[in-house]
Design a binder for this molecule. Structure first.
Ligand SMILES: [Ca+2]
Length: 198
């Protein structure tokens, strides 16, 4: 039996619909319900940088191809991939994560941008106050600064994390299995992409 006979094509009708998918549609994906960085992930789907077409800014809607392009950042590395391919995939994953933090696309994750993500992450638990979350973010950033600029003078201003620093920080961390989202229970038919919700 060929794959074409078993593929649930009707499930993709909504996504392939010309009018595409917006943030509200993705917000209905149950797989992301408990994800602490749900907001960032959804934003990433509409971030033009993740479409690899040398464009910046954000899209109001994405079509099926654009959806797949973003999803491809979460794919596991093929075990038969060459070393060179593995390096490329890793770099793309890192760049995707970096972009997620560098919201204004100036090439640097500033303390403010970093704080936003940390506060978001920690606020999910409900038990940590903003002030505490903020100081955790500040301490982590200071740690990063001292690692990347070991001889920084007291008056030096640490601008933030560049992509090179970011790569360095995550060096040795196995990304391939960590950076995955279980989209298995995603039913695009219920996302109502491109269709009027009734
Ligand atoms: Ca930035």
């Amino acid at each position: 039996m060929g794959a074409s006979q078993t593929r649930p094509e009707h499930n993709y009708d909504d996504l392939t619909d010309k009018s595409g998918c917006n943030r509200d549609d993705l917000d209905r994906i149950p797989a992301l319900n408990n994800n602490p960085i749900r907001k960032q992930i959804i934003t990433a789907f509409f971030d033009k940088r993740n479409q690899h077409q040398n464009d910046v800014g954000s899209l109001d809607e994405i079509g099926f191809e654009q959806f797949l392009m973003v999803m491809s950042h979460f794919r596991p590395v093929n075990s038969t991939a060459t070393e060179e391919e593995k390096v490329t995939v890793r770099k793309q994953k890192l760049r995707f994560l970096f972009n997620m933090h560098d919201t204004d696309n100036d090439g640097i994750i500033t303390l403010d941008e970093y704080r936003t993500v940390v506060e978001e992450l920690l606020s999910q638990s409900g038990a940590i106050e903003t002030e505490v979350a903020r100081s955790i973010a500040d301490a982590a950033m200071l740690e990063v600064a001292s690692t990347n600029v070991p001889h920084m003078a007291p008056d030096d201003f640490y601008e933030g994390i560049t992509f090179e620093h970011f790569e360095q920080i995550l060096k040795g961390i196995e990304m391939e299995s960590r950076m995955s989202i279980r989209f298995l229970d995603m039913n695009t038919a219920t996302m109502r992409c491109g269709k009027l919700s009734s």
